[in-house]
Design a protein around this ligand. Structure first.
Ligand code: CAA
Ligand code: NAI
Length: 700
C-alpha cells in the first residue's frame, strides 16, 4: 500500500498495519497511507471486515508531535476525518492493540467498532501533557464509552491505563492472550458470520445523558484541579470539551473540540510543553558517550551518611528493588536515619499510595553498617556526608580502599569540586557527582556531574542508574553550584537587592508565584532552611570580592534566629503547625532599616521589574553555563529547572522561555540593568552574540 501502512487480505478480513517506527506516529505519510488502505479495503468486495494494528512495539503513540505547526502536504487527510471514516464503515473494524495506544492512536481505536488488547497493553489520552487536548474525537467518544467522572480523570490528567482497568472502564472490549492480530481477525469473522451489530462510540449516549443538567459536576471538578493545574490552559479546555460532550450532539461537540484544539496547538504553552517532551528525551544523548558505551552492573548499592539526603537516596534504591547498604558514623546515627526512612514510608502507606507489604519489602532491602569492610562488593556508592571537603576526601580515600576496583564512587556534594574529591582516590575515572535534590526520594532531578576524569563507562552507568531509580538524570560539568544552583544564586542575589531597593518578600514571592513557580524565593528559603546558606556565606566572607555588591538582608534575618519553617519564622512567620507564610512586620521593618543604613532611597518596585530582575539574570547565567560547556544544550538546562525547581512546564524552562520573550529583549534589558546596577548584571557574551544574530537558544 505504502511504506508506512500495509494492507493484507486474510480470507476476507483486511489487516491494516501501521509501520512507522519507533512509535507508529500518525504523521502526514501515515495518514495518507491509512486513507488509501481504508479506501482499498472498503472498495474490495472480498473484504468483509477490517483489523487495524501496529507493527513493532506498539499500536500507536499518537500524532507525530514533530509535525505540529507544519502545513500538511496537499491532500493529506486530517486525522479526525479518517477516524470518522473508520467509524462510519459498514464493515466491522476491530482495533488490535498491543504496547500502547495513545493520543491520536487511542482515538483511532475509539473510532473502531471493537477494541481488543493484549494483557500488557496501555491506553490513554496524554495530549494534555503536551498542552493540547485530544483533537480527533477523543473528548467526545471517550465520555460516551466510560462516563463523565472517568473521562474527566483520563483526559484532564492524561492518565495511561493498563488493559485490565481499560476493560473495566469500557474503553476496550476484551483482553486476549496470544497473537492479538489473529484474535482480532477471528473476532472480525465472528462478527460477520453471526451478523453481530456494529457499535459506534459516537452514537452512544446513555452515559452522557446521565450527566446532562448537572453543571455542578464540572464546576466541582474545576475546583479540585485549580491548584494542580494552576497556570495551564489545556486542562481547563479539556473539561470544557467533556462538558460539551454532555450538552451537545456529537457533531456539534466535535466542532467545539476542533476549535479548542486549534487554539491550544498554536499557543505558546503547547509549544513549551512539546519542547519539554523532546528536551526530556534529548538529555540522555551525550555526544562523546554513545548509546553503545558499555555500562557496569548496578545490582547493589551503598549510601554513606543517612541524614536528610542520604536517607532519601537510600529509599530511591530500595524503591527500585536495588539492595542498599547504608553506612554511618555510629549505630545511633543509623537508628536515627532509619527511623526517618520508616516514618517516610509509613506516611505513604497511610495515604494509601503504598501497601504495608510493599513498605516491608522495601525496608528489607536496606541494610546498615558502621564498617567500611561491608562495602567490599557493592557496585555503586553514593556519598552524602556533611558538606566538608576534608571529610569528603577522607571518606573517598576509605571507600577507595574498601570497595572493589570496579565500583563507582559518586558524591552528592552540592558545592564542592568533584575533581578534588576524585583526586583522593586511585580511581578518578570511576568518580562522579550525583547531585540529588531535596527531598531526594521525591524530587526527580539528578544533576550528574562529570569530573575531568570520569570515564564514558562511569557516565553511561550513572545515567542508566538515574533511569533505573526513576529519576531524570542530566549531565553537567564541575562549577560552583553546578547548573541549577549556580543559576539560582544569580536570581536570588537580585531578589535580595530588590529588597534593599524597595520591594518586600511578599511582593517578590507573589510575582514569582504568579509567573508559575511553585513558590517565591522567600517561601522557598523558609522551606529549605536559611541556616545552611548563612553558614556557607560566613565561610566565604573572607574571599568575597569587595567591589561586588553584597546584600546582608538574609544574614540579618538569620541573626535573629529565624531559620525558616523549622524555627517557626524566617522571611515570613508561621502559625503553630501551619506551613502558610504570613508576612511579618518584624522582617519588613528590618529590611527598611537595612535599606536606610546602606544608603538606599526606597522606591516603588513594579511587578514587571521584579520579574525581569529575577528571571533575566537566571537566563543570563544559563547562557554563561552554555558558553563554558557545563551543560550540553539549552534544553538540558530547561529540564534541570523544570524537574529541580518546578519551573512551570507551560513555559518550557528558562531558556525556552527566553526564546519566547526574545533574546534581543533580554539582552537589551540586561544591558540597561547592567548600566543601572553594575557588575552582576553584565550580559553574557553568548546572550549578546545570539541577540546580534537575531537567533535564539533553540538555534545553538
Ligand atoms: N511524535 C513524534 N515523536 C515521538 C512521539 C510522537 N507522538 N512519541 C515518541 N516520539 C519519539 C521520541 O521523541 C523518541 O525520539 P528519539 O529516539 O529521537 O529521542 C522516540 O520517538 C522514542 O520515544 P521514547 O523514547 O519516548 O520511547 P518509549 O518506548 O520509551 O515510549 C511512548 C513510547 C510511550 C509512545 C512515548 O514516546 C510517548 O509517551 N509518546 C508520546 C505520546 C503522546 O503524547 N501522544 C499524543 C500525541 S498528540 C496527539 O495524538 C494529538 C491528537 O489528538 C491527534
Ligand atoms: P545532613 O547533615 O542531614 O546529613 C549528613 C549525614 O552524614 C549525617 O547523618 C552524619 O552523621 C553523616 N556523616 C558525617 N560524617 C560521616 C562519615 N564520616 N561517615 C558516614 N556518615 C557521616 O546533611 P545533608 O543535608 O543530607 O547533606 C549531605 C550532602 O548532600 C552534602 O554534601 C550536601 O551538600 C548535599 N546536598 C544537600 C541538599 C539538601 O537540601 N540538604 C541538597 C543536595 C545536596
Amino acid at each position: 500500500m505504502s511504506d508506512v501502512v500495509t494492507l493484507s487480505n486474510r480470507n476476507g478480513v483486511a489487516v491494516v498495519t501501521l509501520q512507522n517506527p519507533p512509535v507508529n506516529g500518525l504523521g502526514f505519510a501515515v495518514r495518507t497511507g491509512l486513507e488509501a488502505a481504508l479506501r482499498a479495503a472498503t472498495d474490495d468486495d472480498t473484504v468483509q471486515a477490517l483489523v487495524i494494528t501496529g507493527d513493532g512495539k506498539m499500536f500507536s503513540g499518537g500524532a507525530d508531535i514533530r509535525e505540529f505547526g507544519q502545513p500538511p502536504p496537499d491532500g493529506t487527510p486530517p486525522l479526525p476525518m479518517l477516524i470518522d471514516t473508520i467509524e462510519a464503515s459498514d464493515k466491522p473494524v476491530i482495533a488490535a492493540i498491543h504496547g500502547v495506544a495513545l493520543g491520536g492512536g487511542c482515538e483511532v481505536a475509539l473510532g473502531c467498532h471493537v477494541r481488543l488488547a493484549t494483557p500488557d497493553a496501555r491506553v490513554g489520552l496524554p495530549e494534555v501533557t503536551l498542552g493540547i487536548l485530544p483533537g480527533a474525537g477523543g473528548t467526545q467518544r471517550m465520555p460516551r464509552l466510560v462516563g463523565i467522572p472517568a473521562a474527566l480523570d483520563l483526559i484532564v490528567n492524561g492518565k495511561l491505563v493498563p488493559a485490565k482497568k481499560a476493560l473495566a472502564l469500557g474503553i476496550i472490549d476484551d483482553i486476549v492472550e496470544g497473537d492479538i492480530v489473529d484474535a482480532a481477525v477471528a473476532h472480525a469473522r465472528r462478527m460477520v458470520s453471526e451478523n453481530l451489530p456494529i457499535r459506534r462510540a459516537s452514537a452512544l449516549d446513555d452515559k452522557v445523558v446521565e450527566a446532562r443538567g448537572t453543571p455542578e459536576v464540572f464546576d466541582d471538578f474545576r475546583k479540585t484541579m485549580a491548584r494542580r493545574a494552576r497556570g495551564f490552559e489545556a486542562p481547563f479546555a479539556c473539561v470544557d470539551c467533556v462538558e460539551a460532550a454532555v450538552n451537545l450532539p456529537f457533531a456539534e461537540g466535535i466542532v467545539t473540540e476542533r476549535a479548542r484544539f486549534r487554539e491550544l496547538v498554536a499557543s505558546d504553552q503547547s509549544k513549551a510543553q512539546r519542547h519539554a517532551f523532546f528536551a526530556e528525551r534529548q538529555v540522555t544523548k551525550i555526544p562523546d558517550v554513545p548509546k553503545s558505551t558499555p555500562t557496569l552492573s548496578l545490582d547493589t548499592a551503598a549510601v554513606i551518611g543517612c541524614g536528610t539526603m542520604g536517607g532519601g537516596i537510600a529509599m530511591n534504591f530500595a524503591n527500585a528493588g536495588i539492595p542498599v547498604t547504608v553506612f554511618e558514623v555510629s549505630q545511633e546515627a543509623l537508628d536515627k536515619g532509619l527511623d526517618v526512612i520508616r516514618k517516610n514510608y509509613a506516611a505513604t502507606v497511610s495515604k494509601r499510595r503504598l501497601s504495608q507489604n510493599e513498605m516491608d519489602q522495601r525496608l528489607s532491602l536496606i541494610s546498615t553498617t558502621v564498617d567500611y569492610a561491608d562495602l567490599a562488593t557493592v557496585d555503586v556508592v553514593v556519598e552524602a556526608v556533611f558538606e566538608d571537603m576534608a571529610l569528603k576526601k577522607e571518606v573517598f580515600g576509605k571507600l577507595d580502599t574498601a570497595c572493589k576496583p570496579g565500583a563507582i564512587l559518586a558524591t552528592n556534594t552540592s558545592t564542592l569540586d568533584v575533581d578534588e574529591i576524585a583526586a583522593a582516590t586511585n580511581r578518578p575515572d570511576k568518580v562522579i557527582g550525583t547531585h540529588f535534590f531535596s527531598p531526594a526520594n521525591v524530587m526527580k532531578l539528578m544533576e550528574n556531574v562529570r569530573g575531568e576524569q570520569s570515564s564514558p563507562e562511569t557516565i553511561a552507568t550513572i545515567m542508566k542508574l538515574s533511569k533505573a531509580i526513576g529519576k531524570v538524570g542530566v549531565l553537567v560539568g564541575v562549577c560552583d553550584g553546578f547548573v541549577g544552583n549556580r543559576m539560582l544564586y544569580a536570581y536570588r542575589r537580585q531578589s535580595d537587592f530588590l529588597l534593599e531597593e524597595g520591594a518586600l518578600p511578599a511582593q517578590i514571592d507573589k510575582v514569582i508565584y504568579d509567573f508559575g513557580m511553585p513558590m517565591g524565593p522567600y517561601a522557598m528559603g523558609d522551606l529549605a532552611g536559611l541556616d545552611v546558606g548563612w553558614r556557607i556565606r560566613q565561610q566565604q566572607a573572607a574571599t568575597r570580592p569587595p567591589h561586588l555588591r553584597y546584600s546582608t538582608v538574609a544574614d540579618h534575618v538569620c541573626e535573629l534566629g529565624r531559620f525558616g519553617q523549622k524555627t517557626g519564622a524566617g522571611w515570613f512567620r508561621y502559625e503553630e503547625g501551619s506551613r502558610t507564610p504570613i508576612p511579618d512586620p518584624i522582617v519588613d521593618e528590618l529590611i527598611l532599616k537595612i535599606s536606610q543604613e546602606n544608603g538606599f532611597t526606597r522606591r516603588e518596585v513594579g511587578d514587571q521589574e521584579i520579574l525581569e530582575r529575577c528571571m533575566y539574570p537566571l537566563v543570563n547565567e544559563g547562557a554563561k553555563i552554555l558558553e563554558e560547556g557545563l551543560a550540553q544544550r539549552a534544553s538540558d538546562i530547561d529540564v534541570i529547572w523544570m524537574y529541580g525547581y518546578g519551573f512551570p512546564r507551560f513555559r518550557g524552562g528558562p531558556m525556552f522561555w527566553a526564546d519566547l520573550v526574545g533574546v534581543q529583549t533580554i539582552y537589551d534589558t540586561m544591558s540597561r540593568l547592567h548600566d543601572e546596577h553594575g557588575d552582576w548584571l553584565e550580559p553574557a557574551p553568548l546572550l549578546k552574540r545570539i541577540a546580534e544574530q537575531g537567533k535564539g537558544f533553540r538555534d545553538l
